[in-house]
Design a protein around this ligand. Structure first.
Ligand SMILES: [Zn+2]
Length: 336
């Protein structure tokens, strides 16, 4: 496969602090030879592990972007041993637009790995992250949230890796080290972009990968931001890049999200009346939501039920729904 056409203003092998842009060339009517400037920060001191932190993979997920802006200002070479790479607005056009996908090509960055250096802008970004950044990292942390359409109990997550027990054990250690009060384990499946995500890129390279779902609803809460910032600091310490944190990481409730029956989808088009909230415990058969049709207010409301016992990890935010929209998903306790 061809090499990337993106030019980096930073040198990944240099010592010290570097701030600059990845130049993603995008020739359009208003700018013939122009580039999209994707900000990147590289901090290196001596030799040691490399941690890659990414946010803005989805542009409408803001908690991680705020956390990495704060870190980009605060972190100094003197404070670390090793290397930290920050990519706070990975899909910059989407981040600037406050959208999940890029307004340039409708690209969902977390569904386009391993990317293509000859593809559209979002596909080129995926290729660059997989081949130029993940390849240099020991751990990749991609900070997501529920975005505009979902709201989560702030959580870190890992994907189950049955093929590599050694990697799996290190993932569990990292998940506990992140120390979000609630965390969950996902399973690679089509609904979650199997093979096409940042996590998949890290897995292909044999690198550790954590994700988060930090809140959402297209906003930032102080609580979710605290979980994000503490988690990022905890991972730096866990990897030996910064000095150990003095505070104990605290207990982590680890949940399993095993399959499609953990998800509740809208059974029809209309108005969403939720019958549960994030953080609730529910049982199989319990009503999850009613769907109303205000256009015909006397028409019977349709009820959809939870198909599994569990803890409600997230809920849809917008009130209008169509068949196929995710309304909730659950997790069940793991004794890890
Ligand atoms: Zn996301």
């Amino acid at each position: 496969m061809s090499r990337t056409a993106i030019i980096s203003e930073v040198d990944y092998e240099a010592q010290g602090l570097q701030r600059g842009f990845l130049r993603l060339f995008h020739s359009v009517h208003r700018s013939a030879y122009g580039y999209i400037p994707i900000p990147i920060v590289v901090i290196q001191n001596g030799t040691g592990p490399t941690a890659l932190f990414i946010s803005g993979t989805h542009g409408d997920e803001y908690e991680g972007q705020v956390a990495l802006c704060n870190l980009a200002r605060a972190l100094t070479p003197e404070a670390i041993q090793g290397r930290v790479i920050l990519l706070p607005a990975a899909n910059l056009p989407a981040a600037v637009a406050g959208m999940r996908t890029s307004p340039l090509d409708d690209g969902n960055l977390n569904r386009l790995f391993p990317g293509d250096p000859l593809g559209g802008p979002t596909t080129q970004i995926a290729h660059y992250i997989e081949h130029e950044l993940v390849s240099r990292a020991d751990i990749v942390v991609d900070l997501h949230s529920g975005g505009s359409s979902l709201h989560y109990v702030p959580a870190a997550l890992m994907m189950q890796d049955d093929d590599n027990p050694g990697r799996q054990a290190k993932l569990v250690d990292a998940l506990k080290a992140f120390a979000s009060p609630v965390a969950y384990v996902g399973h690679s499946q089509p609904g979650q972009g199997a093979g096409r995500t940042t996590e998949a890129a890290a897995r292909r390279a044999g690198k550790l990968a954590l994700g988060t779902e930090l809140g959402g609803s297209g906003t930032v809460t102080a609580d979710a931001l605290r979980v994000a910032e503490r988690g990022v600091r905890n991972i730096l310490a866990h990897m030996g890049i910064t000095a150990p944190e003095t505070a104990e990481p605290g207990p982590v409730r680890i949940l399993d999200v095993a399959g499609q029956d953990y998800f509740v989808y809208a059974p029809g088009t209309g108005l969403f009346e939720p019958l549960a909230e994030p953080g609730d415990s529910v049982v199989a058969g319990q009503p999850a939501a009613r769907v109303h049709t205000p256009e015909t207010p006397w028409a019977p409301a349709e009820t959809v039920h939870f198909r599994h016992d569990g803890f409600v990890l997230c809920k849809r935010t917008p009130g209008r729904i169509m068949r196929g929209d995710c309304l909730f998903h659950l997790g069940t306790d793991l004794d890890w």
